[in-house]
Design a protein around this ligand. Sequence first.
Ligand code: PEP
Length: 248
Amino acid sequence: MRTRLVVGNWKMNGSRAANAALLQAVRASGPWTAEVAVCVPAPYLVETALALQGSMMSWGAQDCSAHEAGAYTGEVAASMLAEFGCRYAIVGHSERRAYHGESDQVVADKAKRALAHGLTPIVCVGETLAQREAGETEAVVKRQMSAVIRTLEHCISQVVVAYEPVWAIGTGRTASPAQAQAVHALLRGQLLAATEKAAQMRLLYGGSVKADNAPALFAEPDIDGGLIGGASLVATEFAAICRAAARP
Ligand code: PEP
């Protein structure tokens, strides 16, 4: 049985005071049977690690460099994150793909670098609205996933995958449970062809998950939790989503 995972993606939000209050409230709302993590902006990583010491929650970064070290101004190396006990690194979020031009191969290289330093990459894939309307959803997510499969080879089973339809991110428009399940089943099938451990891999859904739609999404057989943006900034919403991820 796969342990469900709920990951908050704060994106570029927060302040020291707001983070402390949010982390304290979320922490106090546990324990949960699902695993819970937050991926916070880089300057807040260490303070987050300290605030979560002794709790069930883990923490992660929202990105990491594809490079080991060197002249890459502004980038954060996976090795640096690992030094502080970072557990997860989101890679290939659609906002990084869209605003920073990250290609499928760069995303795969980031995942590889994260794994090499003991971080678990959360690899995001997902189609735009235009691609969905053109009937390209399957081709797009398979192409994004295959770059990672090809690059990681037998290590692919160590990643977490997040299916995040771009048209559902921050829009309030969620994929229906059936739409999300269809893509998750497709991705699991693709992973099964690459690794015998695909049945144990966690596939998260992300895109306007809220307390009220989380139970139906999490009830789908191939949805193993969520990557939560906006709702992870509201302690009561995030806590309710974490509770909804409990296995019946
Ligand atoms: C995200 O940023 O990964 C995300 C899913 O955002 P939201 O929940 O706000 O749609």
